[in-house]
Ligand binder design. Structure first.
Ligand SMILES: C[S@@+](CC[C@H](N)C(=O)[O-])C[C@H]1O[C@@H](n2cnc3c(N)ncnc32)[C@H](O)[C@@H]1O
Length: 229
C-alpha cells in the first residue's frame, strides 16, 4: 500500500512538473517516464524521448508514463470527425488528461465515453469537466494504467501518447472488433499502416498536427502471441 501511495505521489509530482510543458510543441515535451517497482518507492524516474524504445521495460511492476500535453480543441474536433463518432459509440480515451476528448464526444455526439488516466490530478479535472458540461451521466473516468484498461466494449479509441505506449497497446487494440476505429494524435501505431492521415493547423498553437485513423480489425503483420499463464 505504501508503494502505491509513493508511486501516486511521484506521478503527481511528475505531472505537476510536466504541466509546465503543456504549451510546448507536443513532440518536444513527450517525455516518457519509466517507473519500476523500486523507482516508485521514491527514486527519480528515468526520462527519455518518446521514441527511445531502449527504455521499454516489460516488468509487470513498471509503469510507462508520458507527460500531460493537451490536444487543442480544434484538433479534438478533427479526431472525433475522423473517427466518425455517433451516439451509438462507446469512446475510450487512453490517457484522458482533463477529459476534453471524452467530454466533447459525449456532449456533441451523445455517445458514452470512458477516460483512463493514472494521474489523480487529471482524473479530478476530467470528472469536474464532465460535471461542468452536464455529461457526467455519459462519461466515466477511471484512475488506471492504460495498459490495464478494459477495452472490451470500446468502439472508438483515442490516443495522444507516444511511440512506445502506442506500440505497447497494439496487442490490446488488435482485439477490437470489426467496425471499431482508432485515432491517434501525432503518433503512429508501430508499423501498422493507417487507413487515413489528416493534417490540421491548429488555431491554438499554429502548428500542424497529424491525426491517424485505423479501421478495425487492425492489420497487424506479426501479432505478438498472448503469453500463457
Ligand atoms: C499527452 S496527454 C493527452 C491528454 C488527452 N488525451 C488529450 O489529448 O488532451 C497524455 C495523458 O496520459 C496520461 N498517462 C500517461 N501515461 C499513462 C499511463 N501509463 N496510464 C494512464 N494514463 C497515462 C497522462 O497523465 C496524460 O494526462
Amino acid at each position: 500500500m505504501g508503494t502505491i501511495t509513493a508511486g501516486v505521489a511521484l506521478l503527481s509530482l511528475c505531472a505537476i512538473v510536466a504541466t509546465g510543458c503543456a504549451e510546448r510543441r507536443a513532440e518536444d515535451s513527450h517525455s516518457v517516464f519509466l517507473f519500476s517497482g523500486e523507482q516508485a518507492k521514491g527514486a527519480a524516474p528515468q526520462t527519455g524521448a518518446a521514441s527511445d524504445s531502449n527504455s521499454t521495460n516489460t516488468s509487470p511492476a513498471s509503469v510507462l508514463f508520458v507527460v500531460y500535453v493537451a490536444t487543442p480543441p480544434d484538433v479534438v474536433d478533427v479526431m472525433l470527425k475522423t473517427a466518425r463518432v455517433t451516439r451509438d459509440d462507446v469512446l475510450c480515451d487512453l490517457g484522458c488528461g482533463d477529459g476534453r476528448i471524452v467530454v466533447t464526444a459525449a456532449k456533441r455526439y451523445g455517445c458514452l465515453a470512458v477516460g483512463y488516466d493514472l494521474d489523480p490530478l487529471r482524473v479530478q479535472e476530467a470528472r469536474k469537466n464532465a460535471e461542468d458540461n452536464h455529461v457526467a451521466h455519459r462519461v466515466r473516468i477511471e484512475q488506471k494504467d492504460i495498459l490495464e484498461a478494459d477495452l472490451s466494449g470500446a468502439t472508438v479509441v483515442t490516443l495522444y501518447l507516444g511511440h512506445q505506449l502506442n506500440a505497447r497497446l497494439v496487442p490490446r487494440l488488435a482485439k477490437l472488433g470489426a467496425g471499431a476505429r482508432i485515432v491517434s494524435h501525432d503518433f503512429p501505431l508501430a508499423d501498422i499502416p493507417p487507413d487515413q492521415v489528416v493534417h490540421v493547423t491548429s488555431r491554438t498553437d499554429r502548428r500542424v498536427h497529424t491525426v491517424y485513423l485505423w479501421n478495425c480489425p487492425l492489420k497487424v503483420a506479426n501479432p505478438r502471441p498472448t503469453p500463457t499463464p
